[in-house]
Design a protein around this ligand. Structure first.
Ligand SMILES: Cc1cc2nc3c(=O)[nH]c(=O)nc-3n(C[C@H](O)[C@H](O)[C@H](O)COP(=O)(O)OP(=O)(O)OC[C@H]3O[C@@H](n4cnc5c(N)ncnc54)[C@H](O)[C@@H]3O)c2cc1C
Length: 359
């Protein structure tokens, strides 16, 4: 019997996890990733609840644990930088926390070892579904045929855009954005974080696995969600304006921001859709149901979604319509809970409307 060919767009968390499970079920799996290699984002991701079972099933729980940031908690500081309280490690680090780059590398390795094909530096440019499959055109590579196509390509998913239309009506901005980068650990933090939340801004600093580096996050309330698609200069200007007049570490951190080579900007957004699949195409992870970084659930959700999707495909024995319906029915309540958490956390921060605002 010929194997069903599956194409997954996105090689971060949801994509490689789904690749692993589908390959195990006998699919011939290809992952296409727009970046030229595995991405190196500096922030840490944490795992909660059932995500541990998924890590176990992927056979990587022990290895992931070896990279636990082992954070020891966060010191709260007031406007002037004086200690104002302490938060236990679980608040930001969950039950287990690793750098996102570590997780992505482990998932990539186990799937390559299993025989999954990776194509970097390319992107799907068109999807045409017909009776027995999907014809896929790429920006660079030759046109290919697949039985099923999955969008695990994040907040601005290309697969979602091609299948379900423009981003604008799927994304809800929660009223805050932020910049992340790393710099030398000049504060000497040792597996600890520091958080200063003043009015509509927050500075979060921590040093984890890489003792000589300080990971910096500068967040601020903004009604301009599209800032994440502007150029770096404009993004830096928005951050400077938000932190103008701040004391404590802000001036030094703003200087470090300009010099950082791992600068990234993100807007806290959620993805809301009536359906996560259409024909032979389905979405998972942030592409389908992003809960926003403020939920702390994005990585767990991506892993749990990948496993649920693969399980339903296996149970439906090739009937993708039944499988996709089962996947949605199972996952929707969990996603709704996580998205509510994401909105609540954003509302305590910068006064975002409880339901978010459409972009
Ligand atoms: C600043 C920040 C902090 C966060 N903190 C946490 C946290 O503490 N805990 C937590 O659980 N989660 C956190 N998250 C969320 C978490 O990173 C995501 O929810 C999770 O990574 C979702 O995984 P994903 O694979 O669905 O999507 P993503 O990780 O977004 O990956 C999408 C992949 O698709 C690729 N791609 C995009 N477009 C294309 C294209 N056209 N073709 C091919 N490939 C494409 C991208 O390059 C990327 O590799 C945070 C997110 C941010 C931005």
């Amino acid at each position: 019997m010929t194997k069903t060919k599956a194409l997954i767009s996105g090689a971060s968390v949801a994509g490689p996890a789904l690749a692993y499970f589908l390959h195990r079920e006998g699919y011939d799996v290809t992952v296409v990733e727009r970046a030229s290699g595995l991405r190196d984002t500096g922030y840490a991701v944490d795992f909660r609840g059932e995500a541990f079972d998924v890590l176990e099933e992927l056979g990587i729980l022990a290895e992931v644990r070896e990279h636990d940031t082992k954070m020891r908690g966060t010191t709260l500081v007031d406007e002037r930088g004086e200690e104002a309280g302490r938060l236990p490690a679980e608040v930001f680090a969950g039950e287990l926390e690793v750098s996102k780059r570590v997780l992505t590398r482990i998932l990539h390795r186990i799937t390559v070892d299993a025989g999954v094909e990776y194509v970097f530096d390319d992107s799907i440019s068109s999807l045409t579904e017909h009776g027995s499959g999907v014809t896929v055109e790429f920006e660079r590579g030759a046109t290919r045929e697949f039985g099923l196509v999955f969008g695990a390509d994040g907040l601005y998913s290309k697969v979602r855009q091609l299948t379900f239309g423009p981003h604008a009506d799927k994304l809800r901005h929660l009223g805050m954005s932020g910049v992340g980068f790393s710099t030398a650990n000049y504060l000497g933090l040792d597996r600890r974080g520091m958080l200063q939340h003043v009015k509509d801004t927050a500075i979060y600093l921590f040093s984890g696995e890489e003792a000589d580096r300080l990971t910096v996050s500068l967040s601020f309330a903004t009604a301009s969600p599209a800032l994440d698609r502007r150029d770096r200069h404009e993004q830096e200007q928005a951050v400077r304006a938000a932190f103008a007049g701040h004391v404590w570490e802000a001036p030094r951190l703003l200087e470090a921001m300009s010099e950082a080579d791992d600068f990234y900007f993100s807007s806290a957004c959620q993805v809301h859709m009536d359906r996560w699949s259409h024909g032979r195409v389905a979405l998972l992870g942030d592409a389908g149901y992003c809960a926003a970084p403020t939920s702390g659930m994005g990585t767990s959700q991506a892993l749990i979604g990948a496993r649920a999707l693969a399980r339903h495909l296996a149970a439906a024995n090739g009937d993708h319509a039944t499988a996709f319906a089962g996947y949605e029915a199972e996952l929707r309540p969990y996603v709704a809970e996580n998205q509510a958490k994401g909105r609540e956390a954003a509302a305590t921060f910068g006064g975002a409307a409880p339901e978010g605002s459409d972009m």
